[in-house]
Design a protein around this ligand. Structure first.
Ligand code: PMP
Length: 451
């Protein structure tokens, strides 16, 4: 019910705000967040929580960074808005900076969300294939359980059926293969064998569909929203090799893995991959303003320059993509990350988090612990032998008990099969040692209640 002041707010919230991903019963008491500092947020009741999900995997530099607000303010006072149909300084500087971070030669197309960055990637991939005389190539392959966005194309690429079935028909030409979920591999296979078979399924799909019909493969380096599925390096090496061999563009979705989360600037750099297209959002501005980007290998961009027909250029325009204010803020965000070495910090924090979690490996509910940089999944099971997933009730109880002790964590998994049993930790990269200790001690304390 809350205090008299917040009781009114909750009523208004329920009357006017449509919350994503929430059934009305579960938002009957929404948390109204009023502030944040570092890794911590405060609600309207004055409760403090360590936000081990960084909002929605966004706030990599932490909350309350005045200098990010200053960067936006300064830019707004000078030139708040101009479209990138022409150009402006923050756009140029950010595109240059992203090239440095990508360690390759890329041309950047800016948009507003991760979904749109992926839509742009699909359009560019299809148009590029046409321009090089491969006009039959329109299909895309992605993995089941991966999330790539909410718009019709990005949703088509998403491998989570329950998000889609009410909105069909979606875009034609999007195919899915099984993810390398080695924890649940068939008995008798080694992790290595299983990973290679999963990669081989991509090549088989390309060949069976007809090589001349496939435009691209889209994947995250590590599946995040579908349950923290960390592949072998050999899996990604093989994916790269398959794409190269068949003239299929490799699109890497770095919306979550990018900007230090993985312990490298971008997730794919951990595996030495050379993607044709890289999409990014969230951590680009640490969530302080909307901005996303589709980075495209220069040779692909060059094929667009050579088209003589007036309408041959990329037919995609947006009003706000790459607006000067978001770009200026993103630049400041990257400056902060460099100055505070947050990419390296992510690696150190991630190692300590995983090491700390290993103390729980013998816990009867803990089936698997999977880390990638400062991102960690703890897969809960009802039975360690059979790997039967823990019930949603158990998962929700644990999340609730963490929240009651001031710790916010997430859950993901194979939601089609009804399993939402992978507890997810993705705290700000700027977290202090004390923050990390708090996460570990709170979570361990809660897990002790379930022995
Ligand atoms: N790709 C991935 C991997 C994501 O996690 C998300 C968002 N959670 C998106 C794309 C879509 O981003 P947005 O919500 O900004 O459209």
């Amino acid at each position: 019910e809350g205090t008299p002041a917040t009781a009114g707010l909750v009523e208004k919230d329920l009357k006017y705000v449509w919350h994503s991903m929430a059934s009305y019963s579960s938002v009957s008491q929404p948390m109204i967040v009023t502030g944040g500092e570092g890794s911590w947020i405060v609600d309207s009741e004055g409760n403090r929580y360590l936000d081990a999900m960084s909002g929605l995997w966004c706030v990599n530099v932490g909350y309350g960074r005045k200098e990010l607000a200053d960067a936006a303010y300064e830019q707004m006072m000078n030139l708040a808005y101009y479209p990138l149909t022409q150009s402006h300084l923050p756009g140029i500087r950010l595109a240059e900076k992203l090239n440095e971070w990508l360690e390759g030669e890329y041309v950047i197309f800016f948009s507003n969300s991760g979904s749109e960055a992926n839509e742009v990637a699909f359009k560019i991939a299809r148009q590029y294939q046409q321009q090089i005389g491969q006009s039959g190539r329109f299909k895309f392959i992605s993995r089941y359980r991966a999330y790539h966005g909410n718009s019709m194309g990005a949703l088509s690429a998403t491998g989570q059926a329950q998000r889609k079935y009410k909105y069909e028909p979606l875009s034609a030409g999007f195919l899915h293969v099984a993810p390398p979920d080695s924890y649940r591999r068939p008995a008798g296979q080694t992790v290595e064998q299983f990973n290679l078979l999963c990669a081989q399924a991509i090549e088989d799909t390309i060949v069976w569909e007809g090589v001349e019909s496939v435009a691209g493969v889209i994947m995250e380096p590590v599946i995040t929203g579908g349950g923290i599925i960390v592949p072998d390096r050999a899996y990604l090496d093989k994916v790269q090799e398959i794409c190269n061999k068949h003239g299929v563009l490799l699109i890497i979705d770095e919306v979550i893995c990018g900007f230090g989360r993985s312990g490298r600037k971008f997730g794919h750099q951990n595996f030495g991959m050379k993607p044709d297209i890289v999409t990014m959002a969230k951590g680009l501005t640490s969530g302080y303003l909307p901005l996303s980007a589709t980075a495209v290998r220069k040779e692909i961009y060059d094929s667009f320059k050579d088209v003589s027909d007036e309408y041959g250029h990329l037919r995609h325009v947006n009003t706000f993509g790459g607006n000067p204010t978001s770009c200026a803020l993103a630049l400041r965000n990257l400056e902060v990350m460099e100055r505070e070495s947050l990419v390296d910090r992510a690696r150190v924090l991630g190692e300590r988090l995983e090491e700390g979690m290993r103390a729980l490996s013998e816990h009867p509910l803990v089936g698997d612990i999977r880390g990638f940089g400062f991102l960690l999944g703890v897969e809960l099971v009802a039975d360690k032998e059979t790997k039967e997933p823990a019930s949603l009730d158990t998962v929700k109880t644990i999340i609730g008990q963490c929240k009651a002790r001031g710790l916010i964590i997430g859950k993901n998994g194979d939601t089609v099969a009804g399993f939402n049993n992978v507890l997810t930790f993705s705290p700000p990269l700027s977290s202090t040692d004390e923050d990390l200790d708090f996460i570990l001690s709170t979570f361990c304390e809660v897990m002790k209640l379930h022995l």
